[in-house]
Design a protein around this ligand. Sequence first.
Ligand SMILES: C[S@@+](CC[C@H](N)C(=O)[O-])C[C@H]1O[C@@H](n2cnc3c(N)ncnc32)[C@H](O)[C@@H]1O
Length: 210
Amino acid sequence: MGRPDHVVFLRRSFSKMDQLATPFLTGPRLCRVLAGVVPRGTDGVVVELGAGPGVLAEPIRSRLGPNARYLAVEIDSELVAHLRAHKPWLEVVQGDVADLERILDEAGIDRVDAFVSTLPWAVFPHALRDKVMDVIARRLTPNGAMSMIITWMALPNRVRELRTLLDRHFDEVVETATEWRNPPPARTFLCRRPLPRATSLDEHGTRSAS
Ligand SMILES: C[S@@+](CC[C@H](N)C(=O)[O-])C[C@H]1O[C@@H](n2cnc3c(N)ncnc32)[C@H](O)[C@@H]1O
């Protein structure tokens, strides 16, 4: 992670704090945890959501096989320009994850083996959050996985809602311990085996389709 990444991100955070959610970039340790859902040596498809200036690009790239495809989605035009200038090998789409289905279709991507997300899920409007999660779960391969980061700045009730949403969309959701050295402290959710249809859990923990 280079100094230019921090500089451009900090500058964008002054005008786009609602989208960036934090002036800090994810630290190297959590980048490695998030990238860990990418199977080592994969020749599959990896999609990163909210790529920012590209702090996850190398940790993800280091896990890819020679025939893998790695697409990075980012909404902010200045961060997209930075990505294209500093990581010319990376396939970058400037777009809003609200249009994730269309972005994948236009990129010719049907199935995704891993989504890596540092989107500000905890501040997303509910409708957007639900819509994007639905697309992720539907587009993942049966053994696919998704990772996301949650910082200590997220409101506890929003994190609880998010956890419920993840439990509806994935067979396994692992919440990692807080990484105190990350600015700000943060943890990750590592989600595996998407459920074919979103389900809800009743009070006995039994799943039913919604
Ligand atoms: C918390 S920052 C993470 C940046 C970087 N990936 C990292 O880990 O430090 C969130 C990123 O998601 C992007 N983002 C926010 N809303 C988005 C949306 N609706 N569609 C695509 N990207 C979005 C922001 O522009 C920002 O780059």
